[in-house]
Design a protein around this ligand. Sequence first.
Ligand SMILES: *Cc1c(COP(=O)(O)O)cnc(C)c1O
Ligand SMILES: [Zn+2]
Length: 467
Amino acid sequence: MATATEIAHQRCLSPTCGATFSVDEVRINCSSCGSLLDVVYDWDRARPPKSLQEFEAKWSRRYDPLCFSGVWRFHDLLPFAPPEKVVTVGEGQTLLQQADVVAKYAGLNAGSLFLQYEGMNPSGSFKDNGMSAAFTHAHMVGAKRAACASTGNTSASLAMYCAATQLMRAVIFIGAGKIAYGKLSQSLEYGALTVQIAGDFDDAMQRVREVSERLNIYLVNSVNPFRLEGQKTIMYRVLEALRWETPDWIIVPGGNLGNSSAFGKAFMELQELGLIDRIPRLAIINATGANTLYELVENRGLRFNAGRIDDDITTKYRQDLDAENKKASTIASAIEIIRPVNLSKCLRALDVCDGVVREVSDQLILDAKAKVGAGGIGCEPASAASVAGAKLLVEQGVIARSDRVVCILTGHQLKDPSATIAYHTTDQEKFNEVLGSRGVKRASFANRAVVVPNELEQIIKAISLYS
Ligand SMILES: *Cc1c(COP(=O)(O)O)cnc(C)c1O
Ligand SMILES: [Zn+2]
């Protein structure tokens, strides 16, 4: 059988360049033109499945970590690593759940809306899918230190893989005050070297690139093409849960745009391999306070254009950001990013999936989040942007009430308790401090605690009154 280096290569995304590099090389962009890199496969040499149903047989071999992992179960569709180098902590054991309470809220028919709950991953977010792949690549090339800039979940995931395997030391960069408590607590407890810089995610991202290059530390942000290979598997699991039937829509929050890029690549490859006959449409949802993709695609007409992306549009946009000294601002901290590193790959995904981009306010995000919680799953604010986006697209008539829609819940409910507590609080000052400052006016679906004196009769009276 062919070896991993014969099967897989890294290739420059730009069609006018197209430079290729070995999978053994560590790079975050093309050395000749600076574009992003893709992991590409020689499918004639690899052994892709003949049908997607083949993957179901792996369920009977769950004693094998490569079958147990929801990422590596699909190793045949990301064959860049030799099996003996694969690192797994049991990521990707996630579920697609029909969610009728949320469907009703979004204006969809009962039975039409599904939530892919990636909060069930070991570190509580979808990032583990990508991290197991990037970490595997880091291990393949013998890295001893790995770094990332993070709004919290990438760092929690990296720190976990480092602690659980003891293969590497984690170095994480975070913007001071820009990370939710649940996430910060994970990185600290897992023992990551945590560098807080005075700035936001976009600043931290810039610095970690410089530092990792200077100190030769392996970078695991989603500019790393191997991260995205792992994240493709979220779509494989969605298809699997729908008995390999393609849904009409996939809706995902957009931050650094790694996830949406990975989803597009997953469907592009499945179609190339003849494993699916239809590609779902993709909706990427920005927060209004971090709406770069929305602005570029929907207002300024930026398109993938077969890889010949109009640089003038992006350059002008970046100049506008600089001129206004604009910073990202949203309660959905995981998507509080206005210089997304995967922009070009994401444009390809929009092209492949006939996609649309929308922006939603923090008010809509938090109301949608409350509904997701009320439906029994729960998620962090950024994740709820997908549900808020579904509601908006149904209102706009872009999504039909009977369409089959999958919203990706990217992170666990317990990641950001401050936002949840502030939403449901009876303390107006607390509400204003955390949410009012974000333009959130009301908690439409608040479930307020009932305050009673410590007296039996009063407690009984309160319960009778409210239940
Ligand atoms: C990272 C993250 C996102 C954004 O994903 P991108 O791939 O950067 O677009 C959204 N939600 C959560 C919970 C995240 O952790
Ligand atoms: Zn190039």
